[in-house]
Design a protein around this ligand. Sequence first.
Ligand SMILES: Cc1cc2nc3c(=O)[nH]c(=O)nc-3n(C[C@H](O)[C@H](O)[C@H](O)COP(=O)(O)O)c2cc1C
Length: 227
Amino acid sequence: MIDAPTRRPAQPPSRPASDTPLRVLRVDSSSRYDGSVTRALGDHFTDELRRAHEGAVQVTRRDVAQGLPFINEAWIAANFTRAGERTAEQTEHLRQSDALVSELQDADVIVLAVPVYNFGIPATLKAWVDLVARAGLTFRYTADGPEGLLRGKRAYVILASGGTPIGGEIDFASSYLRHVLGFIGIKDVTILGAERLNTKREASLAHAKQDIENAVAALRRQIARAA
Ligand SMILES: Cc1cc2nc3c(=O)[nH]c(=O)nc-3n(C[C@H](O)[C@H](O)[C@H](O)COP(=O)(O)O)c2cc1C
């Protein structure tokens, strides 16, 4: 994690106080560093954001490709024990998960940079999802069904694929991420993709960069309107 922000209550991105920066959580998940398309497009997104907001952007980075633990029996038992009743050991089991949830709670904008792996998301990103989907913290069960608890946030998912059309029937990454982000309360999700890089690399990259620039400009306008 770099550029860690100081903790303060989450605020809708549509109504930032004029003197506070836009808080962005960027999550990378490609196992590649050299030549990674999603990392390069993630850089483009945050560079554009900084340019549009004249630098008033605070980026927290989380690189899940560096490794996250999978949830296990002890973690599940700790998670389903009330906060005040957990043993010191159980509290420790949840420490990293708590930190990942805090990063989400503190962000106005979430940027997920995601390669399509085997028609879905990287296992490391699924580990992140398992660690942040926490009953009582990011969602809760009500008489009417589950309710997401993360409010006033928007997410941008930057996908890259070799041959799978993004948004098509066999792209389970887009549909899964849109659903699970909505489940924890982030309903405003924009999918931006560099698709089918194996066959139309240059056109696809140019298209993705343009889509990113348009998305950042649209966000800037929305924030300006709400200010
Ligand atoms: C393990 C692995 C599995 C992949 N599975 C798919 C796939 O199911 N569909 C697809 O279109 N591309 C697939 N690809 C290609 C990647 O999505 C593509 O290379 C993308 O650019 C990877 O993102 P990155 O450049 O940020 O690493 C796969 C690549 C790897 C390494």
